[in-house]
Design a binder for this molecule. Structure first.
Ligand SMILES: O=C([O-])CC(=O)C(=O)O
Ligand SMILES: [Mg+2]
Length: 221
């Protein structure tokens, strides 16, 4: 499957269905707490990773995330590991502008951002733990780009599939991405069938029995 067909498949899914598929395969489930900072609803793409750390008096290099954005493209989601910090911004409006100009699909940060209005005006999806005005300059430095990072307890490797929406975040190892998409697609179809029965008046406790909802193994579609 081509990369763009794979991302089209994920665009038809959501973080909950992907999390259920990951559960079935014994892979780490999705996580919450990282949410859209303006009205965006969902983003899927291949991870381009950025690891940050406190600057702690060391010399400043390139501004955080700038070199990662320069390697990213229209299939990328920038994934920023700021170790969950909420006291200093790890993403801002000029970064959103630079990423949007490359066609990047969005950013997912385990930390907080600033310049929310600038992201909204650009239509650039930003998912984070919230926002704070305090700049990264002088406070943070880039530890690495393209290396594995940790986001809300999930390891994300460069090229993994990232699914972020209003519910939370799911991360799929690239080598399992076709398999997970197949199972998640079957889960979505089964849940639609259950919802149709509920709309038609079926008893909820019957239609939504756990054995049916989550206990079965899915045949991938
Ligand atoms: O200086 C910063 O912290 C980054 C920033 O605001 C931006 O990208 O616009
Ligand atoms: Mg700014």
């Amino acid at each position: 499957m081509s990369n763009s067909s794979l991302l089209d498949r994920y665009a038809a899914l959501d973080s909950a269905a992907v999390s259920d598929a990951l559960d079935q395969l014994g892979l780490p489930a999705g996580v919450g707490g990282i949410r859209p900072v303006w009205g965006t609803t969902a983003v899927v793409g291949f991870a381009v990773t950025v690891g940050l750390e406190p600057r702690s008096g060391r010399p400043a290099g390139a501004h955080i995330a700038t070199t990662a954005i320069e390697t990213a493209d229209e299939q990328s989601v920038i994934v920023v590991d700021n170790q969950g910090r909420t006291d200093v911004s790890c993403w801002g409006g000029i970064l959103s502008l630079g990423a949007a100009r490359r066609g990047v699909r969005g950013v997912v940060a385990d930390g907080v951002c600033r310049d929310v209005a600038e992201a909204r005006e650009l239509g650039f999806p930003v998912f984070s733990r919230g926002a704070v005005p305090a700049t990264a300059r002088g406070r943070l430095r880039q530890r690495a780009t393209g290396e594995p990072v940790e986001i809300a307890g999930l390891t994300v490797e460069q090229g993994d599939v990232v699914v972020a929406d209003e519910t939370g975040l799911a991360v799929v190892p690239r080598e399992r991405a076709e398999e997970v998409a197949g199972i998640a697609t079957a889960i979505v179809a089964r849940e639609r069938a259950i919802a149709d029965e509920v709309r038609a008046g079926a008893r909820l406790s019957h239609a939504m029995h756990d054995n049916r909802l989550a206990g079965e193994r899915e045949a991938a579609r």
